[in-house]
Design a protein around this ligand. Structure first.
Ligand SMILES: Cc1cc2nc3c(=O)[nH]c(=O)nc-3n(C[C@H](O)[C@H](O)[C@H](O)COP(=O)(O)O)c2cc1C
Length: 173
């Protein structure tokens, strides 16, 4: 088991997956549990996570994501949706417009790190056609898809991409 810093350092976007290695159900449950352990505004957990495992469904997801084929190659895809109405019920417009998106994004981030800690890899996919995705997943009205995570055992070890220098990014006051 890696400590947190090692887990973060080992996370790279994975776009090639081992075709014959399924995601164990207990690992998938643990990853989903970690996603739901994320903080959320007012503890409302204003998101929904759709687990897509069926190959035909994953192929349809590819069509809604500008033909990013690795989504079908990964055995699982997690779709994180914001639930603005849930947040709006307590936080009005700020909840609907901001907090629900943040809740869903943080949950996806936790899931992405849990995936690494569980010995697997993922890629965050944000380049999709929202209407097509809604239709494929038959999303409840009001839910807003925020991110997809392809998930499986990596078949590549990508070079770490470089990051901006801290002094460009961080301001000290
Ligand atoms: C909001 C967001 C949207 C992204 N959309 C895509 C995408 O549609 N397809 C893809 O292959 N990668 C996507 N990525 C992954 C980034 O390309 C990747 O995180 C970045 O290049 C840094 O590489 P690393 O994840 O290996 O550190 C997205 C990442 C984020 C945070």
């Amino acid at each position: 088991m890696w400590d947190f810093f090692e887990t973060v350092r080992h996370r790279h976007s994975i776009r090639k997956y081992q075709p014959d290695m399924a995601v164990e159900p207990e690992k998938l449950s643990a990853i989903l549990e970690m996603a739901c352990a994320a903080p959320s505004a007012g503890d409302l957990q204003a998101y929904r996570i759709i687990v897509v495992r069926d190959l035909a469904d994953r192929q349809m997801l590819v069509n809604s994501c500008h033909q990013q084929n690795f989504i079908a190659e990964a055995p699982v895809c997690l779709v994180f949706c914001a639930d603005p109405a849930r947040s709006e019920s307590v936080f009005s417009e700020r909840g609907a417009k901001l907090y629900a998106l943040q809740d869903a994004t943080i949950a996806a981030t936790y899931a992405q790190l849990a995936i690494v800690a569980a010995g697997m890899g993922s890629t965050w996919v944000g380049y999709f056609e929202e209407d097509k995705l809604r239709e494929i997943l038959k999303l409840e009205s009001g839910l807003v898809p925020v991110a997809l995570l392809s998930l499986g055992y990596p078949a590549e070890l990508p070079e770490p991409s470089s990051r901006r220098r801290l002094d460009e990014v961080v301001a000290w006051r």
